[in-house]
Design a protein. Structure first.
Length: 176
């Protein structure tokens, strides 16, 4: 085996990315504190051709050096929009017929592997604050809560790790 060189990876240019057909997923970041987490979500969203990211509440917005450090340019390729209130973002998505999914441990949550991802359906995936998670009022507005199964002692994952797991699962199930 030989590691591939960067020029062998078939990466899209920023222009090619912008013109690419995206998967029908919008990521909603609900009051994320860490700019490294925000940058990481941008980078993962770029990797899986996510249509856009909605930055809400205290979530920082590009351009910012700490976001840029982990995004590695993805904050310039992935479309994004800022909302002061997460509920305003969710209400706008509902009007556009998105299925609203909070990624959260909650009563009656559906384990990620048991959620059926349907083609030709638009999804909004909401990821919450590193300490408090998704706000309860946003959970109340959601169609479903999706939970990532965990068997260890911590029962919590870093938000950027959660985003990577969930976005990969949706990308894979949409057969991209």
């Amino acid at each position: 085996m030989r590691k591939l060189k960067n020029n062998e990876l078939g990466r899209k240019t920023a222009e090619e990315f912008k013109k690419s057909v995206k998967i029908p997923i919008t990521v909603v970041l609900d009051n994320i504190r860490s700019m490294n987490n925000i940058g990481s979500v941008f980078r993962t969203s770029d990797a899986f051709l996510i249509e856009k990211i909605l930055l809400c509440g205290i979530t920082a917005k590009p351009p910012h050096n700490d976001i840029r450090k982990t995004a590695l340019g993805a904050s310039e390729t992935v479309d994004w929009k800022y909302y002061e209130k997460t509920e305003d973002a969710v209400n706008e998505l509902k009007k556009k017929n998105y299925i609203i999914l909070s990624i959260e441990q909650a009563e009656n949550s559906i384990m990620l592997q048991n959620f059926t991802v349907e083609k030709n359906t638009k999804y909004a995936l909401i990821f919450g604050n590193e300490v408090k998670g998704v706000q309860q009022k946003i959970v109340d507005m959601s169609d479903y809560c999706i939970e990532i199964p965990q068997e260890g002692t911590k029962h919590s994952l870093n938000i950027s790790v959660s985003a990577g797991i969930v976005l990969w699962n949706f990308f894979k199930n949409l057969n991209y």
